[in-house]
Design a protein around this ligand. Structure first.
Ligand code: FES
Ligand code: FES
Length: 188
């Protein structure tokens, strides 16, 4: 760990954090775990491969899942992120009162077993759903788009199918995420 410190400010789950002096080579995942006690984001490979550590970066291009294990706080400085703790609706005491549609679908479909990968899948699927709110797709494209969006997330328990099915169901059952297919009868 570097001795050099930098002053860092971010928004995490809608709340301002910092300014705080951090080692310049600290990773975002370490900041979440060791400084903010947000431990729902998992450490897996530590190399940007498994996506267990995925969080949502809310940037100019919209919601994007990024691997927090290889994202330095120097880059994260001044940016906004959502971790798995920030998705559900909570009451004033911090208790979860309502899951998001993605979280609920993962439960309903029994998408996970040990759940080590789940926070990363929540980030990836949620970012996809939010991108589709801005740019709906044809129903026949949903399968491929979901596969592409979750493709980098590794799960060692379940075989992926139930994560894929749950995400597909959220998209097909949420108004505005898909549009009518372009056909000769419906050319628009
Ligand atoms: S722990 Fe970050 S990608 Fe595997
Ligand atoms: S549910 Fe265990 S790694 Fe995915």
């Amino acid at each position: 760990m570097s001795d050099r410190m930098i002053s860092v400010t971010m928004r995490i789950n809608g709340e301002k954090t910092g300014p705080v002096d951090l080692p310049e080579d600290l990773m975002l995942l370490e900041y979440l775990h060791e400084y903010l006690n947000l431990t729902g984001t998992r450490y897996g490979c530590g190399q940007g491969v498994c996506r267990a550590c995925a969080v949502i970066h809310d940037g100019a291009a919209g919601a994007e899942p990024i691997p927090a294990c290889i994202t330095g706080v120097a880059w994260a400085n001044g940016r906004s992120f959502r971790t798995v703790e920030g998705h559900a609706t909570r009451d004033d005491d911090g208790n979860v009162t309502q899951l998001t549609s993605v979280q609920q679908a993962f439960l309903d479909h029994f998408s996970f077993q040990c759940s080590y990968c789940t926070s990363g899948f929540v980030a990836a699927a949620t970012a996809l759903v939010e991108r589709l709110e801005a740019a709906p797709i044809a129903p026949e494209d949903v399968e491929d788009v979901v596969l592409d969006a979750l493709n980098e997330n590794i799960c060692r328990c379940t075989g992926y199918v139930r994560y894929l099915e749950a995400t597909r169901d959220v998209i097909l059952n949420t108004p505005g995420l898909t549009r009518a297919a372009v056909t000769e009868e419906n050319p628009s």
